[in-house]
Design a protein around this ligand. Sequence first.
Ligand SMILES: [Fe+2]
Length: 272
Amino acid sequence: MIYSGFATVCGVGYISAKRLEVVRLVVPLAGIPKKLDGLKIGVMADFHAGLFTRLEDIVYSVNLISREKPDLIVLLGDYVEGGVYRRPNPEKVEKEAYVFDALRNLKAPFGVYAVLGNHDHWTDADLVREKLSNLAIPLLDNQNTVLDNGLALAGVDDFWEGPSFPYKALRDVGRESVIILLSHNPDVNLQLKGDDRVRLVLSGHTHGGQIRLPLIDWAPWIPCSMKYRGSSGLIRETGRRWTFITKGVGTFLIPVRLNCPPDVGILRLRRI
Ligand SMILES: [Fe+2]
């Protein structure tokens, strides 16, 4: 009885882990220029290519977000599953390099940008950097780029394994720019105490908890600091700053999600 119940839960969780959703949200931002009103940003993270996230899963996620026709796409790390061993594993990156072949098909008028996650460091960060470079996807490693539309995209290396230097990433960005900060881990908000420049942080890493108990919607494990309260969706950090956390495309460690489907994000900036 217990075994059959456990098997049923695992089966439901396995099916749920393959049900990728599009999370569409509006981000109200006071005082942004008119030309940014309505800008659509596609957010993808946590592919974890490996035994449980295969080429067809990644291709499906790429097709799903492409159908939304985002103006800009951001990739927020954990391209290849690194397991829990945290040892250099370039062979794993080469073996699962189909993730990069699939990401090659992402196109957006204002471009595709990336940051690294902890699993990229747990496999081979330099090799992941090379793979992204081969796709001509700029990696924002504690640096920024200012787009033609006045949006400044800054990105940090991973909070756990980086280093993550948000103030270095923001260096030389003029106050007239609307700043979006890309960080695999939303704990970067802890580094932004007192900052009034970043308007939106885009993150993944949490997988939304991956396993959430029904009814009470509680996740036994969120891999973030106890000082940070968010696990997924749109979170108001301050009067000026929001964070969006995607639950990600793949799964970590086990091919199961409960009450926590995978997603890609489509955010629309709204001038208020
Ligand atoms: Fe992840």
